[in-house]
Design a protein around this ligand. Structure first.
Ligand SMILES: Nc1ncnc2c1ncn2[C@@H]1O[C@H](COP(=O)(O)OP(=O)(O)OP(=O)(O)O)[C@@H](O)[C@H]1O
Ligand SMILES: [Mg+2]
Length: 229
């Protein structure tokens, strides 16, 4: 990864459209030496991405190392909003890392972002920590609905990427950011995407492809959805 080049990437799409698969490919391409993941649903699709932690305290301790790949499996038996606040505070203080927050709508709302998250998104590009040390944060966030993600996250994104959306209001909103017809976003096939990178006049389109052993036409079965608290 071009460590030091702070990016914000936003990934949207209905369930099963390929958000997490796309994010995994971005992480592989960016090659971060310091990676911190908020794994809300203990996603089997993230197996093998980073070292899993069920204790937030232990995960945060790991951030003291010069290099790490930490995937925190959110504790659904406790207040996960409080956990998210702590997670974001730790990311901020550690800095110089790529953080990936999956299932973003579980912890943000359109007009209400947790303060520590908002600070990461709004001023994490280049900042000083509590000891005055200069730091940066790259951030990837993914969610099914734009309407349930905080607006400053979408507004700060260097890359907006989406698969098919099911909600016309979401499609209309994201089409404005992408510069495309909202109807296109409502009719994309699974694994097909549209994205726009900062500085690009026109959106680009594509389809996720997979290499290696798992790139078989038969997709792995998805486990039953966990009951959300
Ligand atoms: N390595 C792979 N090889 C082949 N297909 C894959 C591979 N990884 C993911 N897929 C396909 O991508 C689909 C989308 O999976 P993904 O977990 O990215 O969806 P998602 O948009 O994150 O969904 P959700 O909102 O439920 O988390 C899977 O159902 C599977 O068909
Ligand atoms: Mg996913």
């Amino acid at each position: 990864m071009a460590d030091g080049k702070a990016l914000v990437l936003a990934a949207f799409g209905a369930r099963g459209t390929g958000k997490t698969a796309w994010v995994k490919q971005q992480i592989t391409a960016l090659k971060p030496s310091r990676l911190l993941i908020w794994d809300f649903k203990h996603d089997p699709a993230l197996d093998g991405v980073g070292k899993p932690f069920t204790s937030l305290g232990a995960a945060i301790l790991e951030l003291k190392k010069p290099a790490f790949k930490v995937r925190y499996l959110v504790d659904h038996g406790r207040d996960f909003h409080a956990q998210f606040e702590l997670f974001c505070l730790a990311a901020w203080e550690s800095g110089c890392l790529l953080m990936f927050v999956d299932e973003l709508p579980e912890v943000t709302k359109a007009n209400k972002a947790p303060p520590a998250w908002r600070r990461c998104v709004n001023i994490g590009r280049d900042y000083r920590d509590s000891k005055g040390v200069r730091k940066w944060l790259s951030i990837i966030g993914a969610g099914q609905r734009t309407k349930e993600c905080d607006k400053s996250f979408i507004g700060n994104a260097d890359v907006i990427h989406t698969g098919r959306l099911t909600n016309p209001t979401d499609a209309k909103e994201l089409a404005q950011f992408l510069g495309c017809d909202p109807r296109t976003l409502l009719t994309l096939a699974d694994l097909h995407w549209i994205e726009r990178r900062v500085g690009q006049m026109e959106p680009t389109t594509g389809k996720l492809t997979f290499s290696g052993k798992k790139a078989t036409p038969a997709a792995p079965a998805k486990p039953p959805l966990r009951k959300r608290p």
